[in-house]
Write a protein that binds this ligand. Structure first.
Ligand code: FES
Ligand code: FES
Length: 176
């Protein structure tokens, strides 16, 4: 099998990995132990595999690993610092925005990318930023509240309830 070397930085650490030219970034990251990068639909529909590449949110199931040559990749494993969770991670926990957690890494990274370019987003902007993520557990209201709270340094409201949101492009049917 033809192989090649991939040089990139993941969560601040430089790596040189041997890959096949057709390997997906999703597969290479998981092979190297970054299991916070989740394998969902593998079609760019669910957002579970999202990572930051040079600060941009990318579905790693749609990117060849070779395209990450020389780039800076951030996964969910890389956003806590000095033993402290990122404020968005804290907000997801505080607001009950995590249940099984499968969608959470992608949502948190989406929120992080949004706040990096727009520190004080509107609710509509947050909903737009999270629109590429499917969650089968919490609904979407709590993740939206969590990102808004992280932006504003707020703690959760008591009695906050799960809610729903409209998606521009429904990717899955939810069975009753
Ligand atoms: S696994 Fe990549 S978007 Fe669903
Ligand atoms: S928390 Fe389970 S899929 Fe979102």
């Amino acid at each position: 099998m033809k192989t090649m070397e991939l040089r990139l930085t993941v969560n601040g650490n430089p790596h040189t990995w041997t890959i096949a030219p057709g390997d997906l970034l999703l597969d290479v990251l998981r092979r190297e132990g970054y299991f916070g990068v989740k394998r969902g639909c593998e079609k760019g529909e669910c957002g579970a595999c999202a990572v930051l590449v040079d600060g941009r949110l990318i579905n790693s199931c749609l990117m060849f690993a070779a395209q990450a040559e020389g780039r800076d990749v951030v996964t969910i494993e890389g956003i806590a610092h000095d033993g402290r969770l990122d404020p968005i991670q804290e907000a997801f926990l505080d607001h009950g925005a995590v249940q099984c957690g499968f969608c959470t890494p992608g949502m948190v990274l989406s929120g992080k990318a949004l706040l990096a370019r727009c520190p004080h987003p509107t609710e509509e902007q947050v909903r737009e930023a999270l629109a590429g993520h499917l969650c089968r557990c919490t609904g979407y209201q709590k993740p939206v509240e969590a990102v808004l709270a992280a932006a504003n340094g707020r703690k959760p409201r008591n009695g906050s309830q799960n809610g729903s949101r409209s998606r521009r492009k429904p990717a899955v049917e939810v069975l009753p």
